[in-house]
Design a protein around this ligand. Structure first.
Ligand code: UGA
Length: 436
């Protein structure tokens, strides 16, 4: 199959490389010339485990190529995937679809034979209808179908998620397009991944519903964690006791500083807006989004409390900046709210992250001292806060940390240590929802 990926960001690049690995001929397109030039040299603009090797091996095998020219590859394609960004629109939080529609117009001009145009970006219900209208208006003669095929991959585990998905959702009522999509995903059919054939609008909504539900699960357990702290219960045991019920499931019940990233915050807001527009407000999701925002800010207060009520004039070491481990992504990371709150309260911030420091410099407030490793970060600090659960923070030499710090206060916002283990070493230790 000949496949074109329009947009070589996170989803486009991972999907393109994985499709090439299935044996398809894939061209990844992006407007940013420097990005395409780097990709041609085998340099990957994002940190994602396994992606560099996958891109290089498939490029070397001649199955994966990169270009800024959309027209040539689209004219010969069986399927063109739209994987451009859909950021939150300023003001109302709705998804900004201008990149999707601009891509649709360019694709329309270049269409050759029968082509399936696939929206892979997370797009609100009805976007597929609008893409179809745009293409039909520009090219009344063209043979094409517009399909919704949302992506469910997680950053940090993207290749594994793409190649071994829980399910594939294909939204179209066009039989010919469904056949093309079946050919595109043939290797996964062979692995017996469940394929869900739905209407286009159903597929679009399924993606938002899934992300909003996961965000709800996280927010629910975070509230239980707060309650655990008040009543002297342990949220990890509560989560385990809940999760062993198959109807609930144990995943996404890790209490923490609130969800971040490029998807949950943006997608919950977009779903809220869609639901309001259709006169059926999604009240649970509205509450989830509001509670999560408050939570990220509350984490700063938690650190202040662990420091005895004030951080004025104190130095706080922040371990982990990205919104989760195994990524360099800082979008909507809880570290941003924590650091801002601590600086507002008069603290000096030292920070370390294994992969996210460059991205962090672009989004964090000024006056943060960036350190080369975790030990350098905690030097002379009055408190250390674990914000992201990178593996290297799970195996810190706590004796060394204690001697380096001015005062041994550890706030573990991801519950990666056991309280007794840390307190035995002489630390004041605070965590999330474990009965303190
Ligand atoms: C999420 C979904 O998990 C993917 O299925 C989806 O495809 C993707 O969004 C998307 O829409 O593109 P991602 O944002 O990469 O993936 O990250 P997650 O692993 O879902 O984590 C999101 C946030 O929730 C992180 O800040 C993480 O720390 C937090 N989280 C997750 C918790 O606080 N507790 C948990 O139990 C799980």
């Amino acid at each position: 199959m000949k496949i074109v990926m329009v947009g070589s960001g996170y989803v486009g690049l991972v999907s393109g490389a994985c499709f090439a690995d299935f044996g398809h001929e894939v061209v990844c397109v992006d407007k940013q010339e420097s990005k395409i030039a780097a990709l041609k040299r085998g340099e990957i603009p994002i940190f994602e485990p396994g992606l560099t090797e996958l891109v290089r091996s498939n490029a070397a095998a001649g199955r994966l190529s990169f270009t800024t020219d959309l027209a040539g590859p689209v004219s010969a394609a069986d399927a063109v995937f739209i994987a451009v960004g859909t950021p939150s629109r300023r003001g109302d939080g709705f998804a900004d679809l201008s990149y999707v529609y601009a891509a649709s117009r360019e694709i329309a001009q270049a269409l050759g034979r029968y082509t399936v145009i696939v929206t892979k970006s997370t797009v609100p219900v009805g976007t597929g209808d609008e893409v179809e209208r745009i293409v039909r208006e520009l090219r009344p003669d063209a043979e094409f179908a517009v399909v919704s095929n949302p992506e469910f991959l997680r950053e940090g585990a993207a290749i594994e998620d793409f190649k071994r998905p829980d399910r594939i959702v294909i939204g179209t009522e066009d039989a010919r397009a469904r056949q093309v999509m079946a050919d595109v995903y043939r290797p996964l059919y062979l692995n017996s991944a469940p394929i869900l054939n739905t209407s286009r609008r159903t597929a679009e909504l399924t993606k938002y519903a899934a992300n909003a539900f996961l965000a709800t699960k996280i927010t629910f357990i975070n509230e239980m964690a707060d309650l655990c702290e008040q009543v002297g219960a342990n949220v990890q045991d509560v989560a385990r006791g809940m999760g062993l019920d198959n109807r609930i499931g144990g995943k996404f019940l890790h209490a923490g500083p609130g969800y971040g990233g490029s998807c949950f915050p943006k997608d919950t807001l977009a779903l809220i807006k869609t639901a309001q527009d259709y006169g059926t407000p999604a009240r649970i999701v509205e509450t989830v989004a509001a509670v999560n925002e408050q939570r990220k800010r509350a984490m700063g207060r938690k650190v202040v409390a662990a420091c005895g009520g004030s951080v004025r004039g104190k130095t706080v070491a922040v371990l982990g900046l990205t919104f989760k481990p195994n990524t360099d992504d800082m979008r909507d990371s809880p570290s941003i709210s924590v650091i801002t709150a601590l600086q507002d309260a008069g603290a000096t911030i030292r920070a370390f992250d294994p992969e996210g420091m460059e991205q962090a410099k672009a989004v964090l407030p000024g006056a943060v001292t960036y350190c080369g490793n975790a030990y350098e970060c905690v030097e002379d600090a009055d408190a250390a806060v674990i914000v992201t659960e990178w593996n290297i923070f799970r195996a810190l030499d706590l004796d060394r940390v204690r001697t380096l710090m001015r005062s041994p206060v550890l706030i573990d916002l991801r519950n990666i240590y056991r309280g007794e283990q840390v307190r035995e070493k002489g630390f004041v230790y605070a965590d999330i929802g474990r009965g303190i």
